[in-house]
Design a protein around this ligand. Sequence first.
Ligand SMILES: [Zn+2]
Length: 701
Amino acid sequence: MKNISLILAAVCLIYITGCKKNTTMVNPFFAEYATPFEVPPFDRIDTTHFQPAFEEGIKLQKNEIEAIINNADAPDFENTIYAFDRSGKFLTRVSYVFYNLNSANTNDQMQAIARNIDPVLTAHRDDIYLNDKLFERIKSVYHNRNEMKLDSQQLRVTEKYYRDFERRGANLSADKKETLRKLNTELSMLSLKFGENLLAETNKNFKLVIEDSADLEGLPDNIITSAAEAAKNAGVQGWVFKLDKPSMIPFLQYAKNRDLREKLYLGYLMRGNNGNANDNNEIVNQLVNLRIKKAKLLGYNSYAGYVIEDNMAKTPGNVYDFLMQLWKPALPNSKAEVAEMQKIIDREGGNFKLQPWDWWYYAEKVRKEKFDLDDSALRPYFSLAGVRDGMFMVANKLYGVTFTQRTDLPVYEKEVETFEVKEADGSPVGILYLDYFPRDGKGAGAWCTGFRSAVTENGKRIDPIVSIVCNFTKPTGDLPALLNWDEVTTLFHEFGHGLHSLFTQGNFYRTAGDVPNDYVELPSQIMENWAGDPQVIRSYARHYKTGETMPEELIEKIRKSGLFNQGFETVEYLAASLLDLDFHTVSDTLASSVGEFEKVSMDKIDLIDEILPRYRSTYFAHIFDGGYAAGYYVYIWAAVLDADAFNAFRESGDLYNPELAAKFRKYCLAEAGNDEGMIQYKKFRGKDPSVEPLLMRRGLK
Ligand SMILES: [Zn+2]
């Protein structure tokens, strides 16, 4: 294989800082990283290094693409597909560091660079994917691929690249390409407008102002305090509740005043549907119709057909069948939950029928009675170090890998921990960074990312550098960081993504570790099963002071808490997934109004009056202002897979069954990108996944 070395020491630029000493600072991106394991030299990277490094990376990739196009030899795998796969390495290396720091440790300067470089990178990518000469060469290899004596992975990467171009319209005639470009622009403008409208409807156009403190009855003190703050910020007397979930949900959960609950809830469900300047009905209509046009232009019958073709599910029909398999048992469960709550209403002499705005209030009563999980009782058993070692232990028992802490690797924040990951025989797997706590400059939530991806080059594996970023409870005073249950499962979840990246094997950047959207959460969610299994909890949940194992009754409470309100959770989620699919399987034009369409769609599946889809059309941002159009189903698709996969271990009688673990690692993690998701899954499982284990786990069967 051709050895392309892009790290050109010769182009090292020297920057002279403005200070009097004339200190020189070499831009570390322009040389190989002289660090252990060649991790990024964070201690030597300065914000001023990014812009010139980005510019150099773009220039280098442009040259690489030119070299592919201008090659006098006929297109073949090496000089076209492989060369394209290897192009842009310098740019990738800079991007990894920049975008990860911009999420985990940003500042005004970094954000300014991002604003500057984002459109440049978008244009650079468009230049590549709309480059006719490049596509001609890729197409030529693609058409002759079966005569080129390629192995299965070379065939796969050739097909992937060809389809990347095709799906972006590379095969269209010049005028159709122009139409597609216009459609894409219109679609992104409409999505942007949808998002702006929704923001205004959520944050500006409605607020529930409470002036009489009697109307706060039932609300916990901390909720009242933040409502008073919200009122102060809004410049009004009293207390204010808004339509974002952290403000709305506690009110629905605790406020005794039923009329006010109704008022707030109606405010929520009418967002984007108020006939004002921020109404989203017309935008949804246009988005749906333009997506149909785009799909037809690219040769598909519907937008869902275009999107789902690339997923494990393959066709919209398969997704419908799948969702209905869950819908059938979930619906009666939600009805049983209604009946249980109605009993409480009747017992309390309520004399009314449960309505959607009552759900959270009465579900909270059910939770208190049957599923109460007391945070403060659990936390002492979940010290951060204990949970971290617990997940390392699970990975060790399953895969034999070990985690050795390193203190000599440069980090971007001193509290970040680094680990060397090794196989049982001591050979290297990769490097893992763990960045736990919130700070200014870190985005919300938790995620798994990396500074280098695994790929094999010239027969040698380049080991990955993986990073997990969280926002967990910090240590205070003498107390170590003590996690709640949600944080525990989050850490295991992200670690599952981490293992997927750490174990990845493959010869090509395009395909190594690459999985479809409805597969992505299998490696992560499966780890949550180990986190919550009583046998595993017993081995890692120990009191941070006394070292005692968690009492059985607490373990039982964790187990039971997973069963709370699952009819509702599943039904409102599935209803939204089906609504998404209905919109995107229209193959003609959307004939009815958005409101009517939604009603017909929900009536068709007999959704009960007490539940609305998790997102109604005019505020369904995932599908109208996000990347989830025809793909809101993917979360539960992966949940079926993870429950089914974990069930294989459970059925075997050994949660750490070595044969199953070896198969899961090989087919579902390391080689997940080698073939279609379902094929890889079945190599592990030996059969199709079943929905039964998920239904059992949620108590729906
Ligand atoms: Zn995830």
